[in-house]
Design a protein around this ligand. Structure first.
Ligand SMILES: NC(=O)c1ccc[n+]([C@@H]2O[C@H](COP(=O)([O-])OP(=O)(O)OC[C@H]3O[C@@H](n4cnc5c(N)ncnc54)[C@H](O)[C@@H]3O)[C@@H](O)[C@H]2O)c1
Length: 274
């Protein structure tokens, strides 16, 4: 998601610094960004000069101190509260007092992520959808302390990037992930109960007008990322059975079938995408 969000901001003319924890994952993100721009230019969705200019606005780093001049930082690390809190604490030590800290969390509480900050009013959620360059909606989440100035800045920033901001409350899964949980959950139960195959469920969903079926969507999102979101919403609602993850998700994760990114999920993919 980080690479996709970087592409969105850079395509609109903003200078972007893409951070990751090591050269390996950083290069994966930069390669993903480069190949997305090449594909967009090859298919005529953008011209090749615009693609080159977008790429030139993005620099990679493994040093969080490179964020010192940032006006806005969007964190898109794995869906774990302790990890995100730790990143926020480190960021607050390096960024300017005016810098806005946003999180791309799908399900976690923005208030909890920002709770340890000296200035929690600077934190908000900016929840993009996958793939970020193509999906118009962004949920803008108001944490318990988020200032209205920060909410306005965040909404106007993503609007300037061509997105449609929707302000949502800080509840588990916000709106979209809460609505989406039963979509995945019932599909998994159909598969687990032997009622239908993944391909049949997906075909039916597409025939009914959905752009993608639940299983191909889980493969796109990442089985690990989707299970973390499911677990987080389940825990967020105190183990309400409506949101219980399915054992198939755990089996997929434990066997390394993470979806497109690992070359196999509910479907096989010829090559692992860059
Ligand atoms: N995949 C989706 O469809 C999707 C959609 C919307 C929101 N999200 C949310 O975006 C976030 C990231 O999801 P993703 O699918 O990009 O996950 P991912 O696992 O593909 O990528 C996570 C990235 O974070 C990096 N990382 C690991 N530890 C880090 C740390 N301590 N500091 C900074 N970076 C670190 C990893 O190296 C990796 O590049 C999650 O909060 C997820 O819920 C995901």
């Amino acid at each position: 998601m980080g690479a996709g969000i970087a592409q969105v901001a850079a395509a609109s003319g903003d200078r972007v610094v893409l951070y990751d924890v090591g050269e390996g994952p950083l290069n994966v993100g930069l390669a993903r960004l480069r190949s997305a721009l090449e594909r967009a230019a090859a298919t005529g969705r953008i011209d090749s000069d615009a693609a080159a200019e977008t790429l030139a606005r993005v620099t990679g780093t493994t040093d969080l101190a490179s964020m010192a001049d940032a006006e806005l930082v969007i964190e898109a690390a794995p869906e774990r509260l302790d990890l995100k809190q730790d990143i926020y604490r480190q960021l607050e030590a390096v960024v300017d007092p005016e810098c806005v800290l946003a999180t791309n969390t799908s399900t976690l509480s923005v208030g909890a992520i920002a709770g340890q900050l000296a200035h929690p009013e600077r934190a908000c959620g900016l929840h993009f959808f996958n793939p970020a360059p193509a999906m118009p909606l962004v949920e803008v989440v108001k944490g318990f302390a988020t200032s209205m100035a920060v909410m306005d800045f965040a909404s106007e920033t993503v609007r300037g990037w061509g997105k449609t901001p929707i302000v949502v409350a800080d509840t588990p899964g916000f709106i979209v992930n809460r609505v989406a949980r039963p979509f995945y959950g019932e599909a998994l139960r159909l598969l687990g109960d032997g009622v239908a195959s993944a391909a049949d469920v997906d075909r039916l969903a597409r025939d009914a007008g959905f752009p993608m079926g639940p299983f191909e969507l889980m493969d796109l999102i990442g089985i690990d990322v989707n299970l973390a979101a499911a677990q987080s919403v389940y825990d967020g609602f105190f183990q309400d059975p409506r949101f219980r993850p399915h054992p198939i998700q755990r089996q997929m994760l434990d066997s390394g079938r993470l979806g497109r990114k690992s070359g196999e999920g509910y479907y096989r993919y010829d090559s692992v995408p860059a």
